[in-house]
Design a protein around this ligand. Structure first.
Ligand SMILES: CC(C)=CCC/C(C)=C/CC/C(C)=C/COP(=O)(O)OP(=O)(O)O
Ligand SMILES: [Zn+2]
Length: 429
């Protein structure tokens, strides 16, 4: 009887078995295939992806009712994916996108999910990142920064957290989206930063990862948001970085070596960015992690990462708006914290749909969200072994070197060059 009960599989275990079977089938086919077929399977189908994405943007008009409260997100996922693929939209589509996002901008600041909808932090982040990705003077100057700052202050809570929207939920996503847009727009100040670090700290769990809110389970999406926020407000040393490293390195899992979002859950292509992003940020923090290892109390003292302030125990006034620039100057440790080649194989063989678009895992349909975050993760992998200013060496890129994507700024997840252009543009404001 006991033996029978123990053989019963939970739903997650049953799904895990089905995915394992499907993944084993794909890898078996790949390993037995002739070299030319293997090369094809590992090729990024750039043209098909661009076609799938451009079609999506063309259909984002008023008749596009699916995900109606999410249209700035669809814009961001598509525009960012196209930019990662080294392409851009034509002038007419660009003008339509700017006009549409402008109609989502609330007269009192921030962006809603569609024209006339309540401003929301998540769609504000998506709209700002879309406009930064478009990058033109018209796109960047369409953002009303003064009103946006007022909106951010309205969402700010005394606990340090932010509310997603008027009467909305308070969580780590809200902190990240608020701080990220304030940072790239050069409007981040002491008032917005006040107590944010305490809130994020209260969400780091016993496992080492970060949860959406205090008392919840550590999750890759929130861990990226929490870690990026702590870096942007110059308080990353307050996290327990060693336990964060230990948590994230074990999230690359399964036969397929993709990332899972949380312990004992299934691998999913989108975590290539959320968890891959955590690894990539931590790779640039290796000195701070070493410091915590030799001096466990470094967390408590006012140290912050080098290049911005002095060492432990001293507190020097930092210009928050310089952090986006300074962080990427930090030399990453030469080795990534995860198996980059195996993750690239997962993305290309299992998450890529050769006809265009990327997905969570075999058996799931493609969508713009997974296309965006699988490609963002693939880009992180490709550049994970390269030093500043040098292109990746061929052995760092799985498949042909023509698979190479544009690099991203790991704190904002916009194409690197556009992020610097936007930082320069708003610095002068
Ligand atoms: C910038 C921004 C808005 C970031 C959002 C970050 C993000 C992806 C958060 C994850 C949310 C969450 C708890 C998903 C769990 O879904 P699930 O239970 O279906 O998936 P799982 O089994 O993989 O955990
Ligand atoms: Zn996913």
């Amino acid at each position: 009887m006991e033996a029978q009960v123990s053989k019963k599989l939970t739903l997650t275990q049953q799904c895990q078995r089905m995915v394992e079977y499907e993944v084993a089938r794909i890898y078996d086919f790949f390993l037995r295939a002739p070299r030319s077929a293997q090369e094809f399977m590992l090729e990024l189908q750039r043209e098909s992806h661009i076609e799938y994405l451009t079609n999506g943007l063309n259909h984002l008009g008023p008749s596009f009712r699916v995900l109606d409260a999410n249209r700035p997100w669809i814009c961001y996922w598509i525009l960012h994916s196209i930019a990662l693929l080294g392409d851009s939209v034509d002038a007419e589509l660009e003008t339509r996108a700017i006009d549409f996002l402008n109609r989502c901008q609330d007269p009192d600041g921030g962006y809603g999910g569609g024209p006339g909808q309540l401003p929301h932090l998540a769609t504000t982040y998506a709209a700002v990142n879309s406009l930064v990705t478009l990058g033109s003077h018209i796109a960047l100057s369409s953002i009303n920064r003064h009103k946006l700052y007022t909106f951010l202050l309205k969402t700010k809570q005394p606990s340090g957290g932010f509310r997603m929207h008027d009467q909305g939920e308070i969580d780590v996503r809200a902190c990240y989206t608020a701080i990220s847009v304030a940072s790239i727009l050069n409007i981040l100040d002491d008032e917005l930063v006040q107590n944010v670090g305490n809130y994020i700290l209260s969400c780091q769990t016993f496992e080492g990862g970060i949860a959406g809110e205090p008392g919840s389970e550590a999750h890759g999406g929130y861990t990226f948001c929490g870690l990026a926020t702590m870096i942007l407000i110059n308080e990353v040393h307050r996290l327990d970085l060693r336990s964060l490293v230990e948590w994230v390195v074990f999230r690359q899992a399964g036969l397929e070596c993709g990332f899972q979002g949380r312990t004992n859950k299934l691998v999913d292509g989108c975590y290539s960015f959320w968890q891959g992003g955590v690894c990539s940020l931590l790779q640039r923090l290796s000195l701070d992690i070493d410091e915590q290892s030799v001096q466990p109390d470094a967390q408590e003292v006012g140290s912050s990462f080098d290049g911005l302030s002095t060492g432990a125990g001293t507190s020097q006034k930092v210009n928050f708006n310089d952090i986006g620039y300074e962080f990427i100057k930090k030399r990453p440790s030469s080795q990534p914290l995860f198996n980059s080649l195996a993750l690239q194989q997962y993305i290309l063989l299992c998450a890529q749909v050769p006809e265009g678009g990327l997905r969570d895992k075999p058996g799931k349909p493609k969508d713009y969200y997974h296309t965006c975050y699988c490609l963002s993760g693939l880009s992180l992998c490709q550049y994970s072994m390269s030093m500043e200013d040098s292109p990746p060496v061929p052995r760092a890129v799985t498949g042909p070197y023509s698979n190479l994507l544009e690099p991203i700024h790991p704190l904002y997840n916009v194409v690197f060059e556009r992020s610097i252009e936007a930082l320069d543009f708003f610095r002068g404001k």
